[in-house]
Write a protein that binds this ligand. Sequence first.
Ligand code: 3H9
Length: 698
Amino acid sequence: MSDITSYEVADGIAVITIDNPPVNAMSTAVRKGCWAALEQLAADDSAKAAVLICAGRTFVAGADINEFDKPIEDPWLPALVEKFEASEKLIVAAIHGAALGGGLETAMGCHYRCAAPSARIGLPEVNLGLSPGATGTQRLPRLAGVRKALDMMTSGRPISAGDGQKAGVIEKLIDGDLREGAIAYARELLDAGAPIKRVSKLDVAAEGIDDGFFSEYLQGLARTARGFFAPEQIVECARAAVNESYQDALKTERKLFEKCRASTHSQAQRHLFFAEREVAKIPDVPKATPGREIKKVAVIGAGTMGGGITMNFVNAGVPVTVLEVDQAGLERGLGIIRKNYGSAVKKGRMTEERLEQAMGMIAVTTDYADIADADLVIEAVFETMAIKKEVFTKLDEVCKPGAILASNTSSLDLNEIAAVTKRPQDVIGLHFFAPANVMRLLEIVRGEKTAGDVIATAMATAKKIRKVGVLVGVCFGFVGNRMFFPYVREAQLMMLEGVSPERVDQVAYDWGMAMGPHAVMDLSGLDVFNKLNTEWKDRPDDPVYYRMCMALCEMGRYGQKTGAGIYKYDGRKALPDPEVMEIAKREATILGVKQIEVSDEEIIERMTCSMINEGALILEEGIAIRPGDIDVIFVNGYGLPRYRGGPMKYADAIGLDKVCNAIRKYRARYGDLWWTPAPLLEKLAAEGRTFQEWSESR
Ligand code: 3H9
């Protein structure tokens, strides 16, 4: 037996303990250890039954995801689960923390399951682009019914132990010491002569579950999981559970699991799983760096952004003081916040009482003196350098020593802002994404002088308000907007070249984007893009990438908010507007842009390769720490589908030589200004390496 599984007998009950920190993943060593423990149990006359339990903070949280890229080593998990089930001696799984994926599958291989009331169970493989592959797709429908099993497997959302008991997956909840309780439960089952319950022998309750049920279920998934590969495979496994024998259905499960495992979707989603955890690791700010205490927050500006930011902190239980220039602004801001909470009440996601409680945590003021004792101040005023500097000068005068002064700038030079204060070490960027109370991304911008403990506090704060915080350096637009610009630039140029915005948006949507680039621009406001252009100090001198936006703004077409932008709007419904293509044609003539045929492939290639090239420059300049950090930014803040893994992972998947060749092709057509391959990209393409390999080798 290995060090990470142990076997001991207490009062006639064997206790098999898995101890594989941090989350007891079912690695090869754990599987080997469990296999040996089961052999020992079979041969051990002193043990009449067994308990499977885990040390540390959780039960088994799944198969070891690190092993999915490698050849499979025996004993493979499905065989181990079957071995648990085949035991002639009764086995009870004792669950605390979370039994997820292969963990729950192992527990369902045991004959009975007990759990601490705080435990959770689930089959979250779908989040990794996988279908469950260790008999879970066959066992869960047998215990919980087909619909419940499908809902759990296709959403990936775990349920509480209590709900697991109601669903029939868990037999007993145990208060107090789980080990003792589980041993007592095993003894109780033995004494009562309880049968060895083998889940695979149970029938699947299939009443009302026919082809119609499955096709309806698939239709629902086409809306909620558009473009993802794994959910459909999960439905096929459930269909097999209903229509095939257990053994035949297992073959289906195995085949579809392998198909998922090899898919680019799963590779991308597994990459994101690790990337989203790695972003928290900052090479020069060790994990143990003590942060500053954030008990009081102040937000400057009660606009849409300020309101959204405020809600994040209130939701996390931190009181906020909102500052505006006048009372009218404050009332407008509070009104927006109340309306947002009100819609959560209408949808049944919040009680009226909680709404009032939340509003009670917001104080308002027009006087800077009232925010002097805030631990963290977040400025969310207009995106204009002069105004930002004015605010930070004031903050420097009034805020207590040690307060963190943050700017929500989405593009401006944070160092220039910090330089107006006498405490640049306390200044940081917290770039929230609209709507700030919804979007998961928080770009944390580190200035030249930002102190390590301020960075550590910002990272911890992101976690507290349930955001994914990604640390980036200072440059125009930081990582997200700087890379989004080339994407939008190509979309605008294509309009000038005669490609309709609705076609570009449809192609982007079909590729998996939540919205096409033109729809995003209209939503954010064309005036915002125009303003960014004027604030961009080193803007390259090429009007083709901003002329359309400017022309539409000159006509008062700012996007959704004015009822017309690139599209016309009927409420929030976007309608193509032939007038826009006429404007595009006129502007193209003035600028000498040729009308050309552009294929769907080219639309995607130009929008993604331009972005990837900028990403490579960003990596070389050290603005992002790792390619995975860029990917996390794009899937959490810009609507890139998780199954693409982010722009840098997508580049790795299609091959950097292919990306580089595409860029060279466009350089030949459009010149050097936008299409010079980044040196890092050229180098890696020539070496046949990926961004990921480059990152790992540093
Ligand atoms: C599966 O089971 C397939 C089977 O059906 C079929 C097989 C044949 N493997 O999230 P945290 C690491 S697929 C390897 O920060 P928390 C994680 O990278 C699997 N490593 O902690 C991190 O490392 P580091 C199905 C794993 O407390 C550290 O553990 N299961 C795994 O916030 C701490 O993680 C899942 O999808 C793993 N399975 O949350 C569950 N899990 O410290 C995935 C975690 O170096 N896991 N790590 O950055 C989770 O959802 C969360 O980790 C959990 C704890 C809720 C358990």
